[in-house]
Design a protein around this ligand. Structure first.
Ligand code: ZN
Length: 374
């Protein structure tokens, strides 16, 4: 069985495939509150120490980080990713884990401007060239510098005027600029510097982010280096669009990452939504000078925070409790407020385990689900 991991900073996609079928798909929603919680803790300690201690020697300059140290916010994300893989491995026998680490392989494209890498050399190559160009032009239109809109591959010297498909003749442009340029060359269009190749070819631009490096190395340590394979975004994109014909989502990307290029896999209809949550609230005192003992007990009317519950036909987790009045129920997939309901109306589905809540959902977007159920 093969596992695909689509790492991300907010959401991680995980899929397990075997013999042409996806048997497990999950989205893991990572924590975003680490940084603010640590700031809060630091402030509490700071004020407490200044209050309790007459003099403290300066100690800010005698700290060292061990090699491989990650900032706590990133460490939480990396560890949650590994935990999600470990969870799959505890359920199913895993023989290979694929992790996407960058949009393209810099080793594979050595001097693309000179080596004559071409756009039309097969479909997979096209995706590679596209990711390379997007990085080279910083995902902006080369002419109007706009970003965040659909970008196309554009020939500096048009093919109709004898321009080649080589990378050095290609830029990224928006549809409007592409249409406006028409059959002119870039120099005739008013951008001679683009044709003179003013921009140097990028060197190692598709660098691997620290969190991905950390995930790959910990997975290698845990599962053995020969069971981990790294893949690239252009392969995922090609596989998802051309071979599997699936819409973009974290779990669909994970399926594309899990399978080999050209392998056809049928997605399962179910996606597990998992949300990472805090183990507990360790705050003891409230108030400006920590003068009030925190009153919130472990259980309010018999309910703990983050329990998975059903209320009024909707499934969510307890995001907020009040001694008087309604509880706040939040959706697992988005973390947004679903409804407020009195605790009498709640039905317990599960308590939190391993500091996450997991819920089963049919796959597809909310709109797709709504239209298919009608
Ligand atoms: Zn443009």
């Amino acid at each position: 069985m093969k596992v695909g991991v689509d790492t991300g900073s907010q959401t991680v996609g995980i899929a397990a495939t075997t013999e042409g079928e996806a048997i497990y798909q999950a989205e893991v929603h990572l924590r975003n509150d680490i940084s603010s919680k640590l700031t809060q803790r630091r402030q509490y300690r700071c004020t407490r120490r200044s209050r309790k201690t007459r003099y403290r020697a300066a100690r800010f300059a005698n700290r060292r980080h061990k090699p491989g140290w990650l900032p706590p916010s990133l460490r939480s994300k990396a560890e949650a990713t590994i935990k999600a893989v470990r969870f799959v491995a505890s359920l199913l026998p895993v023989c290979q884990i694929n992790v996407e680490i960058g949009s393209f392989d810099t080793q594979k494209i050595q001097d693309p401007e000179i080596s004559g890498l071409q756009y039309q050399q097969g479909e997979l190559q096209g995706y590679l060239v596209r990711e390379y160009l997007l990085t080279k032009w910083q995902r902006q239109c080369a002419y109007c510098q706009k970003s965040g809109l659909p970008l196309q591959i554009e020939h500096l010297v048009p093919k109709s005027r004898g321009g080649s498909d080589r990378v050095s003749n290609l830029v990224i442009a928006c549809e409007a600029c592409n249409a406006r340029k028409g059959k002119r060359t870039a120099a005739e269009f008013g951008y001679p510097h683009l044709q003179a190749q003013a921009r140097p070819p990028l060197k190692d631009a598709a660098h691997v982010s620290t969190i991905k490096t950390a995930v790959v190395s910990s997975l290698q340590a845990e599962f053995g280096a020969d069971h981990i394979r790294v893949t690239y975004g252009y392969e995922t994109k090609y596989q998802r669009i051309q071979v599997l014909n699936l819409p973009k989502s974290h779990t669909n990307d994970a399926i594309a990452i899990a399978c080999a290029i050209g392998e056809v896999v049928k997605p399962s209809g179910i996606v597990y939504q998992a949300r990472c949550i805090a183990r507990g609230n360790y705050q003891l005192y409230n108030g400006k000078h920590s003068e009030h003992r925190v009153w919130a007990p472990r259980k309010v009317k018999g309910w703990k925070l983050f329990e998975l519950v059903e209320a009024k036909g909707q499934i969510g987790y307890i995001g907020g409790r009040r001694l008087m009045g309604a509880f706040v129920i939040k959706e697992v997939a988005t973390g947004k407020k679903l409804l407020e309901v009195t605790p009498r109306k709640l039905r317990r589905l599960a308590r939190t385990q391993q500091s996450w809540v997991i819920v089963k959902q049919p796959s597809g977007t909310k709109e797709e689900r709504a239209s298919s159920s009608v």
